[in-house]
Ligand binder design. Structure first.
Ligand code: SF4
Ligand code: SF4
Length: 73
C-alpha cells in the first residue's frame, strides 16, 4: 500500500505548532533546523498519515503544507 505523506515547504513555516497540535496521528513535529525566517520549522515523520488534510486547513501560512495521498501503482 502506498503511504500518504505531507510535503513541508520549510522556509515558509513560522513554527506556530497549530498543525502539530491538530494532527490526530501525531505525524508532525518541530524539527531541529532553523529556516530562512529564523523559525524551527515543522517536519513530517510518520507512516500513519491518513491524508485527512486537517494540517493543511489549519496552517495559517499559505503554501507550507501539501498533503500527498499515496496511490497504489
Ligand atoms: S493529513 Fe491528517 S493525518 Fe496526515 S499529517 Fe496532516 S493532519 Fe496528520
Ligand atoms: S501550522 Fe503551518 S506555520 Fe504553523 S507550524 Fe504548522 S506548518 Fe508551520
Amino acid at each position: 500500500m502506498a503511504l500518504n505523506y505531507v510535503e513541508v515547504n520549510t522556509d515558509l513555516c513560522k513554527a506556530c505548532r497549530v498543525c502539530v497540535e491538530t494532527c490526530p496521528k501525531h505525524c508532525l513535529e518541530l524539527g531541529s533546523e532553523i529556516n530562512a525566517l529564523g523559525y524551527q520549522a515543522v517536519r513530517f515523520d510518520s507512516t500513519e498519515c491518513t491524508a485527512c488534510g486537517l494540517c493543511f486547513y489549519v496552517c495559517p501560512e499559505p503554501g507550507v503544507l501539501t498533503v500527498i495521498k499515496g496511490v497504489d501503482s
